[in-house]
Design a protein around this ligand. Structure first.
Ligand code: ATP
Length: 371
């Protein structure tokens, strides 16, 4: 088992030297479960493939333990990898599929048998060992693919979107199975996904990437509550964070965020940070998550300074909650997440109260979090 270090790693592809991964720096601790997440094409798989030795590193260094692995062939890196297309051998039984890698390594037969049975026990597929892959469900096949990876204890596990071929229910089930598996075998694991729920529920830490660049490395809670920039704030969370453009102004000793439709009073702690950053009289972006806006369907007088009025355009039923889409200006929409049970007709004038203690403020040009 081992920690992993990426030191200023770059990957450039093709004759135009397009940068797929740029200045990637990361230390993964021994036994940690870390998740790389980001939109399609952001460089997650390329990063994983460089670690596995399936892609060359254009620049920089990758260490597994204290060993520089840049020039070490994949088979000597002591890594097991599970892919999205878990391609089992169709003519082999489950047992033979799991045993395959160990046979290649010419392990004695009884050792292979012990290892296959141990992996099958952990994954609860002992009863399927004689079946062919076509005689299994998608989830069972996925477990066989995991079995192939855990049949020996490598230094590192790499998983590249292993659940994306499964239906929603099975994905949820397999998520917790992989986490339980990790708790049992405690091998350093890097998991790649574009699914923010998977990232947030599985990772000890989450690495958010965009266009080949790490945006933030943090615990799921920090990523959600203190996103370093508007990209992370928008990418993580569903429905996404609301952003409102406005200006800051001192008025009667208080700091106000104002637009041409409404004013909001900024709480003292955030106000003092914004003052110290010289943001007064400048344009700024306010970010607020849909669950931090409460809904007052029957009050339309905007007396308090944290109230916003608008027209309810439509609402979406999502079980325990509803998402309410409110036009606060012709081109500006606010999404509120509120308990199912609030009754309000589409098209009616409504009042929303923004919890300003939860508001985040971003720089208009750099899009970085200010406070
Ligand atoms: P996805 O979620 O869609 O799998 P990803 O985040 O894993 O995306 P990568 O597969 O790492 O993204 O790709 C990163 C960038 O590198 C993309 O712009 C992609 O087009 C480019 N790329 C990947 N592999 C190659 C290759 N073999 N040759 C040229 N460009 C490549």
């Amino acid at each position: 088992m081992a920690n992993i270090l990426f030191n200023q790693v770059y990957k450039r592809f093709g004759k135009y030297k397009e940068i797929a991964v740029s200045d990637f720096n990361l230390t993964v601790e021994d036994t940690e479960f870390i998740v790389l997440v980001g939109p399609s094409g952001c460089g997650k798989s390329t990063t994983l493939r460089m670690l596995a030795g399936l892609e060359d590193v254009s620049d920089g260094e990758i260490y597994i333990g204290d060993k520089l692995v840049n020039d070490i062939p994949p088979k000597d890196r002591d890594i097991s990898m599970v892919f999205q297309n878990y391609a089992l051998y169709p003519n082999m039984s489950v047992y033979e599929n799991i045993a395959f890698g160990l046979r290649l390594r010419k392990l004695p037969k009884h050792e292979i048998d012990l290892a296959v049975k141990r992996a099958a026990r952990v994954l609860e597929i002992e009863n399927f060992l004689n079946r062919k892959p076509r005689e299994l469900s998608g989830g069972q096949r996925q477990r066989v693919a995991l079995g192939r990876a855990i049949v020996r204890t490598p230094q590192v596990f790499l998983m590249d979107e292993p659940l994306s071929n499964l239906d929603a229910k099975l994905r949820v089930q397999m998520r917790s199975e992989i986490i339980n598996l990790h708790r049992k075998i405690e091998v350093t694991t890097i998991y790649v996904t574009h699914d923010q729920i998977e990232a947030m529920t599985m990772g000890d830490r989450v690495v958010v990437m965009n266009r080949g660049i790490i945006q933030q490395v943090d615990s799921p809670e920090m990523i959600y509550n203190k996103p370093v920039n508007m990209f992370v704030a928008n990418f993580i969370g569903n429905p996404p964070m609301n952003f409102i453009k406005g200006k800051l102004q001192e008025r009667d000793g208080e700091l106000q965020f104002y637009t041409n439709r409404f004013d909001l009073t900024i709480p003292p702690a955030q106000a003092s940070t914004l003052r110290s950053l010289h943001m007064i009289d400048r344009e700024i972006i306010l970010g607020i998550r849909p669950e931090h806006i409460s809904f007052e369907p029957h009050r339309i007088e905007a007396s308090s300074k944290s109230l916003v009025t608008g027209v309810l355009q439509f609402n979406e039923f999502v079980g325990s909650d509803r998402y309410y889409h409110i036009d606060i200006k012709q081109d500006r929409r606010l999404v509120i997440r509120a308990n199912e049970g609030i009754r309000c007709d589409d098209g009616s004038l409504v009042t929303a109260a923004i919890n300003m203690d939860k508001a985040l403020f971003f720089h208009k040009d750099t899009e970085m979090l200010l406070t």
